[in-house]
Design a protein around this ligand. Structure first.
Ligand code: FES
Length: 240
């Protein structure tokens, strides 16, 4: 790709792989899927977290998972597939134990996101949307993660790694590969992509309060306002 050419990326695009019928979904999983559906006044509203649970047990949106969701929610498998293939957080094929995202959208790009992605690709020996042969890492080029004040950012299993550099990325990947404890910049310690998917399905692992939830860059404006004695206008006084 030339430096002046625009390309859009739709990672892992395409259909769910219906030829891979393997599944780990068992009676416990089905009970948990029903439990999620029961949380909503309209059961079909539960589809997104249900798909995260499917991913946590099967490592992807599996044909068996699609059928289970459709059956429980009383909708068609085509409707489930339509949702699963619309959102990029749903995988059509298995990934690695750790799913690495590198943001290359505008603000991260100007702060070195493309160089970061190149370094990670070189370090892991894979391209975006691929998985390492040992199954430890999968890689994805991601769009803006609303963390531009910490650009360039990487994600590990959807946890933020702020203000990254190629050198910090090397160390991060070495530590994860060695099974060392790794903490997100603003979030919990890293477990695995599948465990993170279970949390996204609505089954907390008790670690939501680990680590800081807001970083210094995000709080800079508030700090200035506090020191200056500035406060938001009272809406009742400013009402027309
Ligand atoms: S551009 Fe990367 S987080 Fe916004």
């Amino acid at each position: 790709m030339s430096g002046h050419e625009f390309q859009s990326f739709f990672p892992d695009s395409g259909e769910v792989d219906m030829t891979d019928t393997s599944t780990n979904i068992d009676q416990t999983t089905l009970a948990e899927l029903r439990q999620i559906a029961a949380r909503y006044p309209q059961p079909r509203s539960a589809l997104l977290p249900m798909l995260h649970l499917v991913q946590s047990v099967d490592g992807r949106v599996s044909p068996a998972g699609i059928e289970a969701c459709a059956d429980i929610l009383g909708i068609t498998t085509a409707q489930v597939s339509g949702v699963a293939t619309f959102y990029t957080m749903y995988r059509r094929r298995p990934g690695g134990k750790h799913h690495i995202g590198v943001c290359t959208t505008a603000l991260c790009a100007v702060m070195g996101g493309d160089a970061l992605l190149e370094r990670v690709e070189h370090k892991l020996g894979i391209k975006t949307d691929e998985t390492t042969a040992d199954g430890t890492f999968s890689l994805e080029r991601i769009e803006c993660n609303a963390a531009c004040d910490f650009a360039p950012v990487m994600m590990v299993n959807w946890e933020f790694m702020d203000n990254m550099t190629p050198e910090k990325a090397d160390q991060l990947l070495d530590d994860l590969a060695a099974g060392k404890d790794v903490s997100a910049s603003r979030g919990a310690t890293i477990t695995s992509w599948r465990e993170a998917e279970r949390v996204l399905a609505g089954f907390p692992d008790g670690r939501a309060d680990e680590g800081p939830s807001a970083g210094e860059a995000s709080l800079l404006g508030k700090g200035i306002a506090d020191r200056q004695g500035w406060a938001a206008p009272n809406p009742e006084e400013t009402a027309l």
